[in-house]
Design a protein around this ligand. Structure first.
Ligand SMILES: Nc1ncnc2c1ncn2[C@@H]1O[C@H](COP(=O)(O)OP(=O)(O)OP(=O)(O)O)[C@@H](O)[C@H]1O
Ligand SMILES: [Mg+2]
Length: 245
């Protein structure tokens, strides 16, 4: 089996990548898929914190060869798996060549036993992030209505067009006031990609701004468990249905 690798990127920090990646993995699991979240935010991994996990092993241990990926996997009670990224040493940000290779090999390795591998690649767009994004089957670029988020999302799309000209990234507009606002964000970004990169940009969907999201994060409980019918939950579920082939 070769599963689908979905990479979640944004350039800008704090737009909801970690929360969205977790919730997408959860929504895919609710569709009956075997889904894993790989916390590949090499700088400030924190998916485990959002979920209230205290993992015994993490990506740092896998990279250092102290654990296999299978040993580091955590089965969340909600039905999806997590490979936590938090490293006690904080050394993940400065990877040597061998460690970088170990990180880059992980998505494909996990895709051998999962139908969907969702990567949180963190903020910024350094060499490891570019390669993870370019090697994914589905690059999802997250943006909000903020102008700084749009320019950073465009920067990610531009680098991706260089690194993987065949890639077909899709946009997720997060914290949207509603469909009209999401269409504006999509329209602005697509106009830029058409004009300067010579390609369109599909909209994977929007996720509405919803006070239930920070509330669930504070409770360290997945949104789809805590508030299964709220607006943001319905929006992520719709995106999961549209990305699951
Ligand atoms: N749809 C939404 N509605 C309301 N709040 C949201 C929504 N999505 C995310 N948030 C809030 O945005 C904040 C940042 O989320 P998150 O940590 O997932 O972002 P991030 O992009 O991973 O950040 P970083 O770049 O620092 O890793 C959280 O407090 C979360 O509650
Ligand atoms: Mg994050």
């Amino acid at each position: 089996m070769t599963g689908q690798v979905i990479a979640v990127a944004s350039g800008k920090g704090g737009v909801g990548k970690t929360w969205f990646a977790i919730t997408l993995a959860h929504a895919l699991a609710q569709l009956g898929r075997r889904a894993v979240l790989l916390d590949a935010d090499l700088g400030l991994a924190n998916a485990d914190v959002q979920l209230g996990l205290a993992p015994a092993r993490d990506l740092g241990a896998v990279i250092a060869g102290r654990a296999t990926a299978e040993e580091a996997l955590v089965a969340h009670p909600a039905g999806f798996y997590v490979l936590p990224g938090r490293s006690g040493s904080g050394a993940l940000a400065e990877l040597g060549a061998a460690e970088m290779q170990a990180v880059l090999a992980l998505p494909a390795q996990l895709a051998g036993s999962f139908q969907h591998v969702v990567l949180d690649i963190g903020a910024g767009i350094g060499p490891a992030q570019r390669r993870l994004l370019a090697a994914s089957d589905l690059p999802l670029v997250l943006a909000t209505e903020e102008p700084t988020s749009l320019t950073d999302a465009y920067a990610v799309l531009k680098l991706l067009a260089q690194d993987a000209p065949q890639a077909a990234p899709r946009l997720v507009v997060n914290m949207a006031a509603g469909p009209a606002a999401a269409r504006r964000v999509h329209g602005a970004l697509e106009a830029a990609t058409r004009r300067f990169l010579g390609r369109g940009l599909d909209l994977a969907g929007l996720v509405r701004r919803d006070a239930k999201v920070p509330e669930a994060i504070r409770a360290q409980t997945p949104l789809l468990t805590r508030h299964p019918t709220c607006a943001a939950a319905a929006d992520v579920a719709a995106i999961a249905r549209s990305v699951a082939p």
